[in-house]
Design a protein around this ligand. Sequence first.
Ligand SMILES: Cc1cc2nc3c(=O)[nH]c(=O)nc-3n(C[C@H](O)[C@H](O)[C@H](O)COP(=O)(O)OP(=O)(O)OC[C@H]3O[C@@H](n4cnc5c(N)ncnc54)[C@H](O)[C@@H]3O)c2cc1C
Length: 395
Amino acid sequence: MTLPVLIAGAGPVGLVAAASLVRRGIPVMVLEAEAALPIELRASTFHAPTLDMLDDLGAAKPMIAQGFVAPHLQYRNRDQSLIAALDFGVIADATRHPFRVQCEQFKLTRILAELLRDEPGFTLRFGATVEGCADLGDRVRVTLATGEAIDGAWLVGADGAHSSVRRSAGIAFEGFTWPERFLVLSTPHRFEDDIEGLADVTYYADPEEWFFLLRVPGPLWRAMFPVKPAVSEEEVMSDAFADARMGGILPGRGGYPIRHRTLYRVHQRVAETFRKGRILLAGDAAHINNPLGGMGLNGGVHDAVNLAEKLAQVMLDGADDALLDRYDRQRRGVTIEVVQAQTIANKQNLEATTPEAQADFRRRMREAAEDPAKAHALLTRMSMIASLRRAAEIQ
Ligand SMILES: Cc1cc2nc3c(=O)[nH]c(=O)nc-3n(C[C@H](O)[C@H](O)[C@H](O)COP(=O)(O)OP(=O)(O)OC[C@H]3O[C@@H](n4cnc5c(N)ncnc54)[C@H](O)[C@@H]3O)c2cc1C
């Protein structure tokens, strides 16, 4: 009997890995700690190549139906003057989905779970908290919090940033935590009526307080602001603090109703390896970054698809399992070289304090907006097509 691939975590990355394996006929058991699929508000940006991958699994169309298409992106100054407007249409030569889709990630996990539900070889166990794991050479053994032991052929740790799999395997999570926290506020207020030509995704560069505005299903506008370390959590979560942040978007306006409020710490960390024997890491278990550019979840989906392809070659075609080291080289390689570097640069561009750095960022964005070749290069990077091409080059 073929042992299943065990996947810790029924988040978007775990379920994309599951769907990618099951469609190739590989049995999968997903172990999820919660009693049901989590529905917290987290990532909502899906980039072009991620949509191409989800489309191969049958999940892109329902995502688009439950979210919406954002074909444009803008950079602005805080006085609302436009720095640059970019149109994802220029990358139509490189993707079937030349746009972003804004859709809450919990909708993706629901869609995937529904697609997988009756598939032979698929098992999803809720209330199954993975506590430990051991590579037994010819198999991997997972221990649940209940003490139950489950054997699998391979284990994919897709159990998020606090991954028990990563800890149990003794894999370090190297990197740093930003001193500021990020505050996310959502409002049904129609900023598109106040700000002429406002794109669905708009980043505001400012040395004092950058922020971004993102239109998400609801419809709601989600705004994200950095919060200085000295401000207490109690103050940050107060209505007065939210009013002050949101009131700063348009002078003389404010008092917008707030539907959701989330404060979180932001890290840049990468696991020291994505593979240790039969134990593999993907998604937030393997890497976390700041949300500027929406690369965390997207990168995790790219891990899952890459890993499933290689596991299938090893399990079905007799490929040497050294192929899985290439998964580590490719995905860890681009995580460090591209995703970490780009998300750090995205933050530094928005918060640039020196006149030279501010002028340089604005000049680069303006030039990209005015020159189709530069726009193509920029949007290929922003939509993560470039990082996938780079990964494919790594042997
Ligand atoms: C406020 C916020 C906004 C964000 N915005 C964006 C964005 O715009 N774009 C973007 O790309 N990314 C964004 N991110 C990051 C994004 O949410 C994550 O990258 C994404 O959730 C990673 O998916 P995952 O499946 O790897 O992990 P998770 O979504 O964390 O899923 C892990 C799953 O594992 C389960 N689990 C945990 N421990 C165990 C265990 N021991 N045993 C079994 N199961 C376990 C959890 O219950 C969960 O279901 C944001 C994050 C936050 C917090």
